[in-house]
Design a protein around this ligand. Structure first.
Ligand SMILES: Cc1cc2nc3c(=O)[nH]c(=O)nc-3n(C[C@H](O)[C@H](O)[C@H](O)COP(=O)(O)O)c2cc1C
Length: 410
């Protein structure tokens, strides 16, 4: 529920909630002065006795976590004050948006109807003060995120609700027959496929720091990969020391010069024009290793295929890459290295194999297509041609895979 101040947002939210029995009003306002106290009192009186009111200026996700099972409807009034409280407590844009996503994540877990009230701030005169401008900007950004994540968006104009995003399309989706009761909702699927199709190998980084909490989520996602016999053979060596990065960059330079010689004249020229690493530019490097002895010589599933520990580590790298994309973090895999040199430079013991050396940080732009495709090095093969049925190069008999358009870019 968005709109200007005094446009009738709270009143309409209460009206929409009338039909429910257990109602929670979560107020983010702090009664800091007389005017605010007066306003809060008036709103409380308007709501009447069948509402429970909780006041929480900052930790709205915590309240959601505790309370969402106890109510049929929850009205949060309002996002704008919550943002202002966060800013006053010292939170920056990144921290604010992380908290917003946590809140939205919690809303998605809930069976309650959730109405959040916010304000349209950006339509007036551009504020003179820089801090006010950044508040206005983060408020606009937060509104956009909420509007894209919530099923329905109402803009209140002079007390008249104008539905600007209708719930009907999403409820139609909900009614669509699904192949499996375990299938994700369309929005969740969209998020997953978006991470897959918009993941890119990135070699251009800017100097922006990596948020340690975001990296924590990314590495925990990596740690949730499948692994042979549940071996979890990986370690994640997080490297921020410029001296170590420089050693690895030198290692790359030497290996890359040797690799270039393997291509013929024209190809070699193109090869030499490619940027194939961002080791020293990326804020963080991560060496993902595989401990080949973890849990002893007999690991369930690994007796016949000894390299399944390495395959498992690659699964962890892919999880890392996708989660990083969702977090807006760029990842570039550098394999043009002497692994013996890498082991020496990072003090890696003999029984541990470096699997992936990754550059991790922020980029100005995720390439819309693989960089090697844009630069004319290689093209994506048609997936249809890569599918065989029953035998090597076998064609379909009864069952045939079909491909439909989805959100991929290339
Ligand atoms: C195992 C592996 C090793 C790679 N090594 C390098 C590398 O040394 N340098 C590089 O620029 N890209 C490297 N890449 C990235 C690939 O070039 C990239 O994944 C491919 O061109 C497709 O592009 P996309 O990842 O953006 O879809 C590597 C990727 C993988 C999976």
């Amino acid at each position: 529920m968005t709109g200007g101040s005094r446009s009738g947002k709270s009143g309409h939210a209460l009206k929409l909630s009338e039909k429910y029995n257990k109602k929670l009003f979560l107020a983010t306002a702090e009664p800091l002065d007389d005017e605010m106290q007066e306003r809060i009192k008036r709103h409380q009186a308007e709501r009447g006795k069948d509402w429970t009111t909780l006041e929480e200026p900052l930790d709205i996700t915590g309240v959601m976590k505790k309370e969402f099972n106890n109510y049929e409807v929850l009205v949060l009034d309002c996002i704008t004050l919550w943002l202002s409280n966060l800013i006053m407590s010292g939170a920056d844009r990144e921290a604010i948006l992380t908290k917003l996503h946590q809140f939205i994540g919690e809303c998605k877990q809930s069976n309650a109807h959730i109405i959040v009230i916010t304000n349209e701030l950006g339509s007036g005169i551009i504020p003179m003060d820089a801090s006010v401008r950044s508040f206005r900007d983060v408020a606009g950004e937060a509104n956009q995120i909420l509007a894209s994540e919530f099923d329905e968006v109402i803009n209140m104009v002079s007390g008249i609700p104008v539905v600007i995003k209708s719930a009907s399309s999403t409820s139609e989706d909900k009614l669509k027959p699904t192949d499996s009761e375990h299938e994700f909702s369309p929005q969740k699927k969209q998020g997953l496929y978006e991470a897959i199709y918009k993941r890119r190998d990135i070699r251009h980084f800017n100097s922006k720091k990596v948020n340690p909490e975001a990296l924590g989520r990314v590495l925990d996602a990596a740690h949730h990969a499948g692994s042979v016999g549940y071996m979890q053979p990986w370690n994640f060596m997080v490297i921020d020391d410029p001296q170590i990065k420089n050693k690895v960059a030198q290692n790359f330079k030497k290996a890359n010069e040797e690799a270039a010689l393997k291509f013929s004249d024209e190809r070699q020229e193109l090869y030499n024009s490619l940027k194939l690493e961002g080791i020293e530019d990326a804020a963080i490097n991560i060496c993902v290793t595989s401990d080949r002895n973890r849990f002893g010589p007999n690991v369930l599933g690994r007796n016949t295929a000894i390299d399944t520990d390495l395959f498992s580590t690659c699964c962890a790298v892919q999880n890392l890459w996708l989660a990083a994309r969702a977090e807006g973090l760029a990842v570039g895999w550098v394999s043009i290295l002497s692994y013996d040199q890498l082991k020496e430079d990072l003090d890696i013991p003999d029984h541990v194999q470096p699997v992936a050396y990754l550059c991790v940080g922020h980029t100005e732009a995720f390439y819309p297509k693989p960089m090697l495709e844009t630069k004319g090095w290689a093209k994506r093969l048609p997936v249809e041609k890569l599918i065989y049925y029953n035998k090597w190069q076998g064609t379909s008999t009864d069952f045939k895979v079909r491909f439909s358009d989805n959100i991929k870019d290339d």
